[in-house]
Unconditional design. Sequence first.
Length: 208
Amino acid sequence: MSQIFVMDHPLIKHKISMLRDKNTTVKEFRELAYEIALLMGYEATKDLHLTTKEVETPLAKTTGFFVEKQVAIVPILRAGLGMVDAMMSLIPAAKTGHIGLYRDHETLQPVEYYCKLPTDIEKRQVLVVDPMLATGGSAAAAIEFIKKRGANKIKFMCLIAAPEGVKALQDAHPDVDIYIASLDEKLNENGYIVPGLGDAGDRLFGTL
């Protein structure tokens, strides 16, 4: 079964509280999402594989450790874009893919409308990013579409999650570890996370 990592860092708790505030501006919201993703990225990348190479300092030669060029960051459009820059600042050599979904009004099933991934996705540690994990349907579908293209090492990162979404994602993909900045109380009758922070995409892009 996959592992669930809920962040317990004071800075993340502080920034999540600011992110929730309905009076936080679009500019502030984007900056906070970036900062939280950056802090989370440290935890989510702690098991990346290292290679060694000799490095010469001003004083002596020593063994240096370097992360292999092995990561792909895949945001779920559109809100996932708010977490990409932070991850790219940590891993500048990472490749970026994109996946977009919408829900069919008749079948209620997620439908892929866009997917562009690195051609060597099967060789990479894939970090799927989306600010919200509510019902878990979109995240589970996105990961399924990514797996069908050959990915086999996947982690999911979100800022806010509901217990229902975590369970749904775990049930669908027991091999995918989940990294969460804040695990909230529940979903309401409309499928929104409570207390949550509203619609992350609207708050990131000012389309309220």
